[in-house]
Design a protein around this ligand. Structure first.
Ligand SMILES: *[C@@H]1O[C@H](CO)[C@@H](O)[C@H](O)[C@H]1NC(C)=O
Ligand SMILES: *[C@@H]1O[C@H](CO)[C@@H](O)[C@H](O)[C@H]1NC(C)=O
Ligand SMILES: *[C@@H]1O[C@H](CO)[C@@H](O)[C@H](O)[C@H]1NC(C)=O
Ligand SMILES: *[C@@H]1O[C@H](CO)[C@@H](O)[C@H](O)[C@H]1NC(C)=O
Ligand SMILES: *[C@@H]1O[C@H](CO)[C@@H](O)[C@H](O)[C@H]1NC(C)=O
Ligand SMILES: *[C@@H]1O[C@H](CO)[C@@H](O)[C@H](O)[C@H]1NC(C)=O
Ligand SMILES: *[C@@H]1O[C@H](CO)[C@@H](O)[C@H](O)[C@H]1NC(C)=O
Length: 228
């Protein structure tokens, strides 16, 4: 019985990563403004926002950790919370990959946006799901878009491309009038993969690499980002 339930939940995850039908109500997403645009990346200022987050450790696979974390989040929004309340799925689904310490490999945080309405409802996840609410202060993020499926064998290349763009930009550009360095990025080489579409969509897919911008763009409202 247990396995049947797990299998059904799992298939639902595969087929409903994001409910895409045109009749579906609009999907909630965190709010941002674009503060800088280049041909191959942009910088967005995200407002303060909250993410329900599942930590996954002990694997080196982005795909496996995303499936594991999303499975727990999927149960939460389908009623595995102390109020047994269903929550509409938001977009995008994030996987943050952080090299927090060299001892136990990488930490993967799989996250879904929690809109203020559902945050106010204080829907505590069932403890066995081991989820945390992660609150982000308003901050700036450098973003590169890519299409297709986000997979173990292509995300590194996309992350590298964004880092190269930012480095190139650093050495060749000069946005602040007083000559300060315009962009520096997150320590610990951490980055995030954002996925917007259900896996049943084989074409027209949107994914992004996000890297926190910790300095620069002060004129546009980006403040240095402090890790909490
Ligand atoms: C990902 O999960 C699959 C299925 O459980 C497993 O065969 C594979 O070895 C895992 N990959 C990594 C890199 O852990
Ligand atoms: C960055 O790494 C240090 C140790 O190297 C760790 O203490 C810190 O928590 C890490 N930051 C994040 C955001 O993981
Ligand atoms: C994590 O950081 C440590 C120390 O900086 C480094 O030795 C290790 O190779 C990194 N691990 C990965 C998977 O990037
Ligand atoms: C959910 O339960 C918590 C207590 O566990 C309560 O504070 C909150 O008001 C409830 N939310 C809703 C929407 O019923
Ligand atoms: C930055 O701008 C100043 C004045 O506009 C210029 O003198 C300087 O060479 C520029 N630096 C770079 C790295 O482009
Ligand atoms: C450069 O200008 C920014 C605001 O545009 C300011 O925050 C920063 O302190 C200035 N740096 C120097 C060295 O004056
Ligand atoms: C994938 O998601 C993006 C962002 O929400 C959307 O613009 C695009 O139309 C979606 N693709 C498909 C095939 O639904």
């Amino acid at each position: 019985m247990y396995f049947v339930v797990v299998a059904i939940v799992y298939l639902s995850i595969i087929h409903n990563l994001i409910v895409p039908s045109s009749t579906a109500r609009s999907i909630e997403s965190p709010q941002y403004t674009v503060v800088y645009t280049e041909s191959d990346f942009e910088v967005r200022l995200y407002k303060e926002c909250s993410w329900m987050s599942a930590l996954v450790q002990g694997t080196t696979s982005f795909e496996n950790s995303t499936k594991d974390g999303f499975h727990r989040l999927y149960q939460y929004i389908h009623g595995a919370n102390l109020n047994s309340t269903k929550i509409p799925l938001s977009a995008p689904v994030l996987t943050s990959i952080i090299n927090a310490s060299s001892s136990h490999g990488l930490d993967y945080y799989v996250m879904i946006y929690q809109s203020p309405k559902y945050e106010r409802a204080s829907l505590q996840p069932l403890p066995e799901l081991n989820l945390q609410l992660n609150k982000w202060k308003s901050h700036c993020i450098a973003i590169r878009k890519f299409s297709g499926f986000a997979k173990d064998d292509n995300i590194d290349k996309e992350v590298e491309s964004l880092r190269n763009s930012l480095n190139k930009h650093l050495s060749s550009n000069n946005m602040s009038s007083n000559g300060t360095v315009p962009i520096t990025v997150d320590k610990n080489s951490s980055y995030t993969i954002a996925q917007y579409n259900s896996s049943r969509h084989l074409t027209g897919r949107l994914n992004e690499v996000w890297i926190n911008v910790v300095l620069g763009f002060t004129a546009e409202g980006c403040l240095p980002y402090q890790e909490e």
